[in-house]
Design a protein around this ligand. Structure first.
Ligand code: ADP
Ligand code: MG
Length: 358
């Protein structure tokens, strides 16, 4: 009898505990739906080394894992097609060609078409056919060295993107013999755009694709509703931030002399070259960060603005626009209105004059 009473009480207590546990589980589910801290809301993540860069990909939503696997496979394929140093790449084959039409994959053709269109818009500050000159400096293949004036003068006639011919009917590219292409200024941006397309198609709700800090692409809303916070590097101090950008979506691309350079006889030589001289760009800027809808275009723009300087960049913006930028010089920061509105300078950059330019 006692035992039965105990048992009844035990069952009652157990039923009470079950009801409490159920209520707690329901509450947890509800909190998970609202907050960022639950396992279900944790992003899928991948880290990989491609295109000479450490990449970090983060995606949210039901299909994020599968989406990221596909995105990684796609980026690995793009790396093997576009690498300028890999002997099996399509760009290597094109550069080694004898001036005859070379058939290429759909992706390489698409990227070359984007590059040709952007290059025509950017004038003489941006040339993908700079490869013979950048090879002489050794920035990609080494050893890094300062070419003589005569050597540069002999290579500069090989730099001219207008001589690249694209035949969409057969998907072939013709590059005159001796000329060579390097897509380093926009290949990462193109890879980010393609990866984002793939992720969106596969049902990923939001993602942050960081291709080595210098190319970042975000889309969709973060589960906690806050903006994506993107760091802008301090061009004078590696690893330190000059500030942050808060964006809802789009690409952020940075080009700076600090990314790859060498010193000789007290002078610094960096990897972004002025196609008019064949020498490191000399616009007075230390870095340029471009905000744009397309990462490929944003990537090309940040390189080109680093070469052309602020005044020409503003002319370009007035002529067609579609982008915002932050340009860091030694004594000030220039920002177009849309970039200035979302930029928060940090540390010593909070004291540097911020000039809104338009
Ligand atoms: P990173 O690759 O370090 O992110 P950028 O996006 O600025 O930097 O691209 C630099 C690369 O672009 C160089 O390594 C070189 O391959 C190429 N490049 C350099 N100068 C130019 C230029 N004026 N026009 C087109 N491509 C350039
Ligand atoms: Mg670039």
């Amino acid at each position: 009898m006692k035992l039965t009473v105990y048992g009844t009480e035990y069952r009652r207590a157990a039923a009470g505990r079950r009801a409490k546990a159920l209520a707690l589980a329901l509450l947890m589910l509800f909190v998970c739906a609202l907050g960022p801290s639950c396992a279900a809301e944790r992003p899928a993540e991948r880290e990989l080394f491609l295109m000479d860069t450490y990449m970090k990909l983060r995606a949210y939503g039901g299909k994020a894992e599968e989406g990221l696997d596909e995105a990684c496979a796609l980026m690995s394929r793009l790396d093997s097609l576009l690498s300028v140093t890999n002997e099996n790449s399509e760009i290597f084959a094109l550069n080694a060609g004898s001036g005859q039409p070379t058939p290429v994959s759909e992706e390489t053709f698409e990227l070359l078409s984007i590059a040709a269109r952007v290059s025509a818009k950017l004038g003489d500050s941006f040339e993908i056919t700079l490869r013979p000159v950048s090879k002489a400096w050794g920035f990609t293949d080494g050893p890094m060295r300062v070419p003589s004036d005569e050597e540069l003068a002999s290579l500069l006639p090989l730099v001219d993107d207008d001589k690249l011919t694209l035949d969409p009917d057969v998907g072939a590219v013709t590059l005159p013999a001796g000329m060579q292409i390097d897509l380093g200024a926009l290949a990462k941006g193109y890879a980010a755009d393609k990866a984002a397309d793939l992720l969106k198609e596969s049902g990923t709700e939001a993602a942050l694709l960081d291709l080595g800090s210098s190319t970042i692409l975000a889309f969709g809303s973060k589960p906690d509703g806050t903006k994506w916070k993107i760091a802008v590097q301090d061009p004078k101090n590696p690893g330190v931030y000059a500030g942050t950008l808060g964006i809802s979506s789009g690409s952020v691309s940075t080009s700076g002399g600090y990314e790859r350079y060498f010193e000789q006889d007290g002078r610094v030589y960096w990897h972004i070259l002025d196609p008019r001289t064949g020498r490191p760009a000399d616009s007075g800027l230390l870095s340029v960060t471009v905000l744009s809808g397309s990462a490929a275009e944003g990537d090309a723009l940040s390189t080109a603005i680093f070469v052309m300087g602020v005044d020409k960049a503003l002319e370009l913006r007035r002529d067609g626009g579609g982008f915002e930028f932050i340009a860091i010089a030694a004594d000030r920061i220039y920002a177009t209105p849309g970039a200035g509105a979302v930029f928060t300078p940090m540390g010593e950059y909070a004291e540097v004059p911020l000039e809104i330019v338009n």
